[in-house]
Design a protein. Structure first.
Length: 286
C-alpha cells in the first residue's frame, strides 16, 4: 500500500509539472492557427488574444516569430491576424496603443536578434513576413537602409560565398517593396547581380526568374485573406517605420574547446539552408 501511494504521488507530481498555463495555451493556439479552417479561426483567436489578461506582449510576439519561421506557408494568415489586432478595442482611449502595434515592435526586436546571431533563414522569413505586411497591409514601412545593410555584406573584404549568398537572399526578399523607387531598387539589384556574375558558372546556371515567369499565372490563386481590409487612415494610425539593422561582421563559428580537449580538431558550425544559384530578371524593370 505504501508503494502504491508513492507511485500515485509521483504520478500527481508529473501531472502538475506538465500542466499548461493560460499563457502556454494561448501561445499554442497562435502556433496552431490554420490546422482546421483559418478563415473561421482568425476572428476567434483575435478575441482570445484581446481578452487574455494579463497581457503578455513578449509571449505573443514570440508565438508570431515561431509561426513565421517554422510555418512560412501560414504567413498570409498571421499577417491578417496582426492586421486585425491593429483595430481599436471596443472602448478605446486616446492614449491606447493597438495591441498589434505592440506585437509588431517586439517582433522587430526579435528579428534584430536573428540578424545579430546571423540566423539567416529566420531573418529572411521575417523579412518575407514584413514585406507582405508592408506591401499589402500598409501598417509598416520598410527603410531603404534595412536592405542596404544586407547588400553591404557583399562589399566586405574576403566575404565568404555562403555569407554573401544568404545576404543576397535577405535583400532580395524585401526588394519588391522598393520596386517603385527605381533609383534605390536598381542599386540593390546591381549589387546582387554583380555578386551573381562573379560566382555563377557560365553554363548550367539555374535561372530562378524563369520559374517566377512560369508561375505568374498562379498569383491569383494564392491566399490573400488580408486583401478584404481597407488601409488605415494615416490620421488614425501612422505606419510603423522599420528601423535599419547592422549585420555583424563575419566570424568563424567554432565549438569552444575545454582545457581537456585543446588538442582535438575543432568543427566549423555549418550554415543551414539549401544550396542554390541566384539570378535576377532584368525584365522586372520594364
Amino acid at each position: 500500500m505504501y508503494l502504491q501511494s508513492c507511485r500515485a504521488d509521483d504520478y500527481d507530481d508529473r501531472r502538475r509539472d506538465h500542466q499548461e498555463t493560460p499563457d502556454d495555451q494561448l501561445k499554442a493556439a497562435i502556433i496552431k492557427l490554420g490546422e482546421v479552417d483559418p478563415s473561421e479561426e482568425l476572428g476567434r483567436l483575435e478575441i482570445r488574444i484581446r481578452e487574455h489578461i494579463p497581457r503578455n506582449i513578449p509571449l505573443l510576439s514570440e508565438a508570431f516569430r515561431i509561426s513565421v519561421t517554422e510555418q512560412p506557408f501560414k504567413i498570409p494568415y498571421y499577417a491578417t491576424l496582426l492586421r486585425q489586432l491593429h483595430n481599436k478595442s471596443d472602448n478605446p482611449t486616446e492614449e491606447e496603443t493597438p495591441i498589434g502595434r505592440l506585437i509588431l515592435e517586439d517582433f522587430w526586436r526579435g528579428f534584430q536578434g536573428y540578424v545579430d546571431q546571423t540566423a539567416w533563414r529566420e531573418a529572411r522569413l521575417c523579412i518575407h513576413f514584413l514585406r507582405i505586411y508592408s506591401c499589402q497591409v500598409d501598417i509598416c514601412r520598410f527603410n531603404v537602409a534595412l536592405l542596404r545593410s544586407f547588400t553591404a555584406v557583399l562589399d566586405e573584404f574576403g566575404v565568404s560565398n555562403g555569407r554573401a549568398k544568404r545576404a543576397c537572399l535577405c535583400a532580395g526578399e524585401g526588394w519588391p517593396i522598393l520596386k517603385s523607387i527605381l533609383d534605390v531598387s536598381r542599386r540593390i539589384i546591381t549589387a546582387i547581380q554583380a555578386y551573381i556574375d562573379s560566382t555563377a558558372p557560365k553554363n548550367g546556371l539555374l535561372r530562378l526568374y524563369q520559374c517566377f515567369i512560369q508561375t505568374a499565372s498562379l498569383k491569383r490563386t494564392l491566399s490573400r485573406p488580408y486583401a478584404i481590409y481597407p488601409p488605415f487612415d494615416p490620421s488614425v494610425l501612422q505606419p510603423y517605420v522599420l528601423p535599419s539593422v547592422l549585420v555583424p561582421p563575419e566570424a568563424i563559428e567554432m565549438d569552444t574547446l575545454s582545457p581537456d580537449t585543446s588538442g582535438e580538431e575543432t568543427q566549423v558550425k555549418k550554415m543551414s539552408g539549401p544550396n542554390s544559384s541566384l539570378a535576377f530578371s532584368q525584365a522586372s524593370f520594364a
